[in-house]
Design a protein around this ligand. Structure first.
Ligand code: EPZ
Length: 417
């Protein structure tokens, strides 16, 4: 297994181009199952999660090609409807095939996704929504078995805001009879991107960026050719890299409003930000100020930047409190950050971070995608050498992060395990 070796304490400078958004591309990949033919997607990064989803689609009979950040998916012969345990257990997002398979094939057999390092990951909201649309569902031997000859429009109110359940239900409802009203939906930009793609395929979805979506069922959808939106979490991760190392850097090919909640906190922490429509320049203060954060659904502070922001707070001039209401157990990075001399204590699910003058390099282990990013950030700031093992976690969501950081002047190298 590969490792990163980081010699910390280096100032960064220059520009970094943000890649396409993993969490936008994954549902759009499964949405192609609603069509029959070849769709083409541009600005697609080379990520393990995307390769894994490509494999799931191939198992369902689709042809998937990837080269030069272009992804081609031909669903002409996507005649199968089972997503096996071996794949779903490796990537929860495989559950996104449930809605489109039910809508297009009238049946689906999807392995029950397990939990992961950030907590139990239920799918009850997905299953309840499919049943509301008329699907017969039984769960046995670890599989979700779903069937319905024709889904019918319904009124569905999600008891919790869920990105995945919103995406899956949208992909089921677009071919359902009559009209589906969805309430308390997720408003993340990735959902907006999915709505745009589904409407480009011929769907009729209204209410984008609101909590209430109205889906009028259509009889057929067609393949599309479209460019993917930039990854707001990668953008936030690199901004925090600048803040943490006291470096003036610029990120390009991003959409500032997608991370407004982070930008507000970085300003509270003393950073100066200079924005254009697609770039953000950050000028950090001599010493970062402490800022409390609580994560909530979009447009509030995203759970996927919680670990990275906590790393920033380990060097702040005072105490900060960090709580993740989306995934309360998403704290695997705490023990690893403490190995780098961070001063963090836990009160139930709240992390109390006492800023220190400096972190010191050590051997640490990545546990999940965003915790890995937090450890890379900590290594950039720590004095001395930080070695991070199990970095396959980071390759799931960041395309060659070490190359981008090297371009900014970081002393980081990947050592083949
Ligand atoms: C998506 O996961 C993202 N993954 C996650 O990013 C992200 O952290 C999360 O949304 C929240 O923004 C992808 O887009 C592939 P949820 P998802 O359903 O859809 C509960 C990353 O690092 N819930 O919005 O699984 C759930 O437990 C990943 O890129 C139910 O109770 O998250 C959580 O508390 C990690 N029942 C809350 O809802 C359900 O049926 C929000 O989860 C579904 C979810």
């Amino acid at each position: 297994m590969d490792k990163f070796i980081i010699n910390g304490g280096k100032k960064l400078s220059g520009e970094v181009k943000i890649s396409g958004a993993k969490n936008a591309i994954l549902p759009v990949m499964t949405a192609t199952l609603l069509t029959s033919g070849k769709s083409i997607f541009y600005n697609v990064p080379n990520l393990n999660d995307i390769k894994m989803m490509a494999h799931v689609l191939r198992v369902l009979g689709a042809q998937v090609e990837y080269a030069d950040e272009t992804l081609t998916i031909d669903t002409t012969h996507a005649d199968y409807y089972e997503a096996p345990y071996e794949l779903v257990s490796k990537m929860r997002a495989s559950i996104y095939v449930l809605g489109p398979l039910l809508a297009k094939k009238g049946k689906a057999r999807v392995s029950f996704p397990g939990g992961c390092a950030i907590g139990t990951r239920p799918v009850d909201l997905h299953i309840n929504a499919m049943e509301a649309l008329g699907a017969e569902i039984n769960v046995e031997h670890g599989y979700i078995n779903a069937a319905c000859s024709q889904l019918k429009g319904a009124k569905i109110r999600f008891e919790k805001v869920s990105v995945g359940a919103t995406a899956n239900t949208l992909m089921a409802a677009v071919l359902a009879e009559k009209t589906t009203n969805l309430y308390n939906v997720a408003k993340e930009p990735e959902i907006g991107n999915l709505i745009d793609c589904l409407n480009q395929m011929g769907a009729n979805i209204k209410g984008k960026n609101t909590s209430h979506l109205v889906v009028t069922g259509v009889s057929k959808l067609h393949p599309i050719e479209v460019e993917m939106m930039p990854d707001r979490i990668e953008a936030g991760t690199f901004l925090i890299a600048g803040a943490l190392t006291g470096s003036n850097i610029t990120i390009t090919n991003c959409i500032p409003e997608h991370i407004q909640a982070l930008l507000d906190r970085l300003i509270q922490a003393g950073c100066t930000l200079n924005l254009t429509e697609k770039t953000i320049n950050i000028e950090p203060p001599a010493r970062i100020l402490p800022v409390d954060i609580v994560t909530y659904p979009y447009p509030d502070f995203p759970t996927d930047l919680q670990a990275q922001f906590m790393t920033l707070m380990t060097l702040a001039n005072g105490e900060s409190r960090i709580e993740d209401t989306i995934f309360p157990d998403r704290l695997m990075h705490v023990s690893e950050l403490k190995r780098l001399d961070a001063d963090i204590s836990l009160e139930k699910h709240i992390a109390i971070v006492q800023g220190v003058r400096s972190l010191s390099g050590a051997k640490v282990m990545a546990t999940d995608l965003r915790a890995s990013a937090a450890l890379v950030l900590a290594g950039l700031a720590a004095e001395g050498i930080t070695t991070i093992s199990r970095i396959y976690h980071i390759d799931r969501g960041y395309d060659r992060i070490e190359a981008k950081l090297q371009k900014l002047g970081a002393d980081i190298k990947r050592v083949k395990g």
